[in-house]
Design a protein around this ligand. Sequence first.
Ligand SMILES: NC(=O)c1ccc[n+]([C@@H]2O[C@H](COP(=O)([O-])OP(=O)(O)OC[C@H]3O[C@@H](n4cnc5c(N)ncnc54)[C@H](O)[C@@H]3O)[C@@H](O)[C@H]2O)c1
Length: 304
Amino acid sequence: MTIGDPTSISTADSPTRPKDTGLKTIGIIGSGIMGSGLAEVAAGAGFEVILRSRRQDSADSMLSSLQKSIDRHVTKERMTQVQADALAARVTTCTELADLAGCDLVIESVVEDLEVKKGIFAELDGILGPDAIIATNTSTLPVVEMAMATNRPDKVCGIHFFNPAPVMSLVEIISPLTASEETVATACAFITACGKDVVQVKDRAGFIVNALLFPYLNNAARMLELGTASAQDIDTAMQGGCNFPMGPLALLDLVGLDTSVAILDALHTEFGDPNYVAVPSLRRRVAAGHLGRKSGRGFYVYGR
Ligand SMILES: NC(=O)c1ccc[n+]([C@@H]2O[C@H](COP(=O)([O-])OP(=O)(O)OC[C@H]3O[C@@H](n4cnc5c(N)ncnc54)[C@H](O)[C@@H]3O)[C@@H](O)[C@H]2O)c1
């Protein structure tokens, strides 16, 4: 995973609906690590974006991190000030799900908890117009269960971005058994309009990337637990020895240790593979509130 300069930034500077998607307004639910990145990607492609956070102060801080990110693009001459202002103007915030009523596509990106997500899908179903698509940014959870919490299971799919969303080029589109071909095609067209690469995958825990990645990350945490090497040496070894852009423990901190444990739990529930059993030290860190970069401390300590 490359963390650094985006290889391509969409710089649509008019509010024209991106062609061929049939979508104009995108709703994004959740003000965590992923929320403002998703907003930046969609607004950068020319879509109108409404970000929903439960609290106004979280919505405000999402807008300010979005603004900082856009300002960096201007400083680094990846975007003109006019393009940056147009992008920012396409993003608004709200605190009520009802304010997403006019959206054509809503992407849910809240905590990795199936019951919470199902509740949001059921509520959204009663709010959105009949043609609107509801997607989840879940890393592992069964998309079909969210689909069946609605009366429009044919219009539900997974749209799984990677972190940080504006930087990472890949998006997995997940098709639950219930999704129509039209829904999946629209989701793929949306991602293409956002300038990202699409892979399509069936609704299985972890999809492609996380199903393969998480045993490795978990085993890195186990290696630290066993005292085989220091965190820094484990990360340095995998960067230098495998040419990975970041080490596994730094990557766990980036993803969030609570999210990582939730991902491992979902993978273990589905496949029963012992490599997916989260090592004790991961759970203990979460219990201590050491969640990684987002809390200022995980395997490493970060400046706030
Ligand atoms: N962190 C990553 O690297 C990454 C990458 C891709 C996808 N995802 C997925 O994106 C989603 C969000 O992850 P994140 O990393 O942004 O998480 P996060 O912990 O940073 O944020 C979680 C958000 O969920 C909100 N939330 C918690 N409980 C809620 C509830 N009951 N109702 C509504 N909102 C609630 C929180 O307020 C917070 O805004 C998860 O499904 C995760 O698996 C995460």
